[in-house]
Design a protein around this ligand. Structure first.
Ligand code: HEC
Ligand code: HEC
Length: 252
């Protein structure tokens, strides 16, 4: 008689609620998309690609990456930002529906390519020359975008296209710029910073070049990639490197 189980019974529903009841459920995700288009579109865009609010399709979030983190953000909002709270208005279930929808955008639909991740990693740092332009973790050069978390952010198709046709979908801010100084030869590199007074770019050797605007006679920006296209890579090397890129999730 001294042992009363009822406090546990009260806790149980609260604990159970801390799991997405609709995880992986396509029709609930669909319902979530409907709600999203009505309520969230003004800031996050019609397909959650971002606008005034952040892009929600990347699978990485400032406020945490689990279903529970997404639930918390939508339920309570983010204090001190434009992100409102919705929990009181629409209830738990509708919040979970939207979490399920957002999750469905980032869940990989394609099966991973058949390949060898370790061989892909070796290729990246040797024959492929990727490390001459990209950072992963503590290694590499910052000429191109950092790839430490690329496997979370991009789809397999996007990654494949980044390699075979780099111009198709340029990574923002990594455009090619060419600076013509008043004296000396032109310098070409990836853009770092340009404002009314200064221009900064990085050349392939990883060096940053800094110019005062009045020492420069012209700056040309071309929307092309300075990454070579890996078009004729043997299929096996391609699959290995893709498998390696997909495995980069910022955890190692
Ligand atoms: C008035 C604009 C606005 C509306 C409407 C809005 N959001 Fe947001 N949302 C934001 C902003 C701004 C942020 C970034 C908050 C921050 O700085 O952490 C954000 C952040 C988020 C995040 C976290 C992203 C991250 O990286 O941590 C999620 C998830 C999210 N919103 C979902 C939604 C959903 C679902 C709805 C609709 C029910 C919605 N938002 C409606 C502006 C909005
Ligand atoms: C000469 C420098 C250079 C080399 C070598 C290079 N890249 Fe790139 N890479 C870039 C630049 C610059 C960009 C940004 C412009 C763009 O989107 O193409 C980029 C973009 C990318 C992206 C897209 C990133 C994103 O955020 O979507 C991926 C993935 C990538 N590179 C992987 C590789 C891999 C794998 C290799 C080796 C097989 C490689 N790169 C070799 C310079 C390079």
């Amino acid at each position: 008689m001294s042992c009363r189980p009822w406090p546990l019974l009260i806790l149980a529903p609260i604990l159970l609620q801390a799991q997405n009841p609709f995880a992986g459920n396509a029709s609930e995700a669909d319902a979530g998309r409907g709600l999203f288009r009505i309520m969230c579109r003004p800031c996050h865009g019609i397909s959650a690609q971002g606008g005034r609010g952040p892009d929600l399709t990347l699978g990485v979030y400032n406020n945490g990456n689990s279903d529970n983190d997404l639930f918390r953000v939508i339920y309570h909002g983010v204090q001190g930002t434009e992100m409102p709270s919705y929990g009181a208005r629409i209830g738990d279930e509708n919040v979970w529906r939207m979490v399920t929808y957002i999750r469905s955008l980032t869940t990989r639909k394609e099966p991973p390519p058949p390949g060898d991740r370790a061989a892909g990693e070796a290729f990246f740092w040797s024959k492929g020359g990727c490390g001459n332009c990209h950072i992963v973790g503590q290694r590499g050069s910052a000429f191109g975008p950092e790839l430490t978390r690329i496997g979370r952010k991009r789809s397999l198709e996007h990654l494949r296209q980044s390699l075979t046709d780099p111009n198709a979908d340029l990574t923002p801010t990594y455009y090619k710029i060419t600076v013509t100084p008043r004296t000396g030869p032109n310098i070409t590199g990836t853009q770092r910073n340009i404002d009314n007074f200064t221009a900064e770019l990085m050349t392939t050797d990883g060096r940053i070049h800094f110019f005062e605007r009045d020492a420069v006679s012209s700056i040309q920006r071309d929307y092309v990639s300075l990454m070579p296209a890996y078009k004729s890579l043997p299929t096996q090397d391609m699959n290995n490197i893709l498998l390696y890129l997909l495995s980069l999730r910022g955890e190692n």
